[in-house]
Design a protein around this ligand. Structure first.
Ligand code: C2E
Ligand code: MG
Ligand code: MG
Ligand code: MG
Length: 296
C-alpha cells in the first residue's frame, strides 16, 4: 500500500484511471458472489479437424450474466478474477463443468459409434501456480471419469515466462498425469521458440489476429505457414483460431494447419444447442457444417 501511495503521488491524478479502478473494484465485489448466485456458466465452442470438418473437441469459455449489467465479456472480468484470486474457485468450476459435460456427450457419441471429444479448458497463471492445482486436476478427472488424455489445458506464453515461479515444474507434473497442453494465442505474446522445445505442448493455437489477414496479408500467411512447418517438424498440431469464412477455412487447410475454431463452425454456445453440431445424432452422409466447404 505504501508503494501504491508513492506511485500515486508521483503521477498526476488521472480521472479516467480512477474511474477504471472503481469499476474494477465494483466488478470484483460482484464477481465474488456471482458463482454462488449461479450467474456464471460455461459456453462451448467446437474445435474442428479442417479436413472433413469433423468436430474433435470443444473449448470451454466462461460466461457471466450480470444481474444488472447483462452479459460481461471475459476480456473484462477474467483479469479482475485473476487480480482478486477469484479465478481459483471460478476456474475449478469451469474445469468441473467442462469435464462432466464432455463425459455426457461422449457417452452419447459412443452410442452412435463416434470417437470421444476432447475438452479444452483455459487456465491462467494464478490457477496453475496455486498449490492445490494438481490435486484439483486429479480429483476432477477422477470424479468426472474423463480420461486424462481427453483433457487439454490451454495456457498462454506468459505462463511459461513465469518459470521462476515454478511454472516449469508444474507443467511437468501436469504432463505426468496424462493431461495435454495447448499454447493459446500463439504469436501475440513473448513468443519464444524455446518454449516449444522445453515444454510438452501438444497443440499450438495460432491467434485469430493472423487469420483475419488471410487473403490480403502475405505476412500473416507466411507466419501461419511457418508455424505449421515448425509444428510438423516438432510433432505438434496447429489449431488456427478465428475462422469466420469458408475462404479462410480453405486457406488455412491449404497451408497445412490441422485444426480450426471460429464462428464458421459455431460460436460459443450453451451446451444443449450443440448436440446436432457435435454429431451426437446418427451419422449423416451430407457435409457436416452448413457453409463450410470440406478441404480438397
Ligand atoms: P481464448 O482462449 O483465446 O478464446 C477464444 C476467444 O475467441 C473466445 O472469446 C471466443 O469467443 C473468440 N472467438 C472464437 N471464434 C471466433 C471468431 O471466429 N471470431 C471472433 N471475432 N472471435 C472468436 P471469449 O469467449 O470472449 O473469451 C476471451 C478470452 O477469455 C479467452 O480467449 C480466454 O483467454 C479467456 N477465458 C475465457 N474463459 C476462461 C476461463 O474459463 N478461464 C480463464 N482463465 N480464461 C478464460
Ligand atoms: Mg483458449
Ligand atoms: Mg485463444
Ligand atoms: Mg485468443
Amino acid at each position: 500500500a505504501a508503494k501504491d501511495a508513492g506511485r500515486a503521488q508521483r503521477r498526476h491524478y488521472d480521472p479516467a484511471e480512477a474511474r477504471r479502478r472503481t469499476e474494477r473494484e465494483g466488478l470484483a465485489a460482484d464477481l465474488g458472489i456471482a458463482l454462488a448466485e449461479g450467474q456464471l456458466w460455461v459456453a462451448y465452442q467446437p474445435l474442428v479437424r479442417l479436413v472433413g470438418n469433423e468436430p474433435v473437441g470443444v473449448e470451454a469459455l466462461l460466461r457471466w450474466d450480470h444481474p444488472t449489467r447483462g452479459p460481461v465479456s471475459p476480456a473484462t472480468f477474467i483479469p479482475v478474477a485473476e487480480e482478486s484470486g477469484l479465478i481459483v474457485p471460478i476456474g475449478a468450476f469451469v474445469l468441473r463443468q467442462a469435464c462432466a459435460q464432455v463425459v455426457a456427450w461422449n457417452a452419447l457419441r459412443q452410442h452412435h459409434g463416434r470417437p470421444p471429444l476432447h475438452a479444452s479448458v483455459n487456465v491462467s497463471a494464478r490457477q496453475l501456480l496455486a498449490p492445490e492445482f494438481l490435486d484439483l486436476l486429479e480429483r476432477t478427472i477422477r470424479d468426472s471419469g474423463l480420461p486424462a488424455e481427453l483433457l487439454t489445458l490451454e495456457i498462454t506464453e506468459s505462463v511459461l515466462l513465469d518459470s521462476v515461479n515454478g511454472a516449469a515444474d508444474r507443467i511437468e507434473q501436469i504432463a505426468a498425469t496424462g493431461v495435454r497442453l495447448a499454447l493459446d494465442d500463439f504469436g501475440t505474446g513473448y513468443s519464444s521458440l524455446s518454449y516449444l522445445r522445453r515444454f510438452p505442448v501438444e497443440t499450438i493455437k495460432v491467434d485469430r489476429s493472423f487469420t483475419a489477414g488471410l487473403g490480403h496479408s502475405d505476412a500473416d500467411e507466411a507466419i501461419i505457414s511457418a508455424v505449421v512447418s515448425l509444428a510438423d517438424r516438432l510433432g505438434r498440431r496447429v489449431l488456427v483460431e478465428g475462422i469466420e469464412t469458408p475462404d479462410q477455412a480453405r486457406h488455412v487447410a491449404r497451408l497445412g494447419a490441422h485444426l480450426g475454431q471460429g464462428d464458421l463452425y459455431g460460436r460459443p454456445t450453451v451446451a444443449d444447442q450443440l448436440h446436432g453440431m457435435l454429431l451426437i445424432a446418427p451419422p449423416d452422409p451430407r457435409p457436416v457444417l452448413d457453409g463450410a466447404v470440406p478441404a480438397a
